[in-house]
Ligand binder design. Structure first.
Ligand SMILES: Nc1c(NC[C@H](O)[C@H](O)[C@H](O)CO)[nH]c(=O)[nH]c1=O
Ligand SMILES: CC(=O)[C@@H](O)COP(=O)(O)O
Length: 140
């Protein structure tokens, strides 16, 4: 049984609740266990994963959050830099699924967060599990 850490950037409570539902369902359906920690925003997710990885307590990670475009360039910073940080961690060998939504509006977020629709939270969990299986296949 694998232990996954869900790292959620809780910027929009109602959207994160939907993402978490899909993520947790996917992990439990695969017979694994999970814990959840919360950070303020997507920019804090990579560092939180890095800190958790130092503990050696987790086999994989799921990053969750929602970034909705506002009026300024900050959308690009938050979206691109959180993704870049997560990608760097995956290239260091961590099994991570990235379920941080980067969208234009709440309607786009709702469709992707709902388990009954695009279920991006479940998708991210399955990606983390797939990478964990791949690492185990190669003896990591
Ligand atoms: N606007 C959104 C943010 N912004 C906050 C940053 O992620 C970060 O917490 C802050 O800059 C302090 O370091 N975060 C989201 O997750 N979603 C947003 O829409
Ligand atoms: C994605 C963001 O950081 C965004 O919510 C910030 O809004 P604004 O660009 O209007 O300050």
């Amino acid at each position: 049984m694998a232990r996954l850490l869900i790292v959620e950037a809780r910027f929009y409570d109602h959207l994160n609740d939907l993402l978490l539902e899909g993520t947790r369902a996917a992990i439990e359906a695969a017979g694994h266990e999970h814990e959840t920690i919360t950070v303020p925003g997507a920019l804090e997710v990579p560092a939180a994963i890095a800190l958790a990885a130092e503990s050696g307590r987790y086999d994989g990670y799921v990053a969750l959050g929602v970034v909705i475009r506002g009026e300024t360039y900050h959308f690009e910073i938050v979206s691109n830099e959180s993704a870049r940080g997560i990608m760097a961690l995956t290239l260091d060998g961590l099994a991570i699924g990235n379920g941080i939504l980067t969208v234009e509006n709440e309607a786009q977020a709702l469709t992707r967060a709902r388990r009954s629709e695009k279920d991006k939270g479940g998708e991210a969990a399955k990606a983390a599990l797939a990478m964990l299986a791949l690492r185990e296949r190669f003896g990591g």
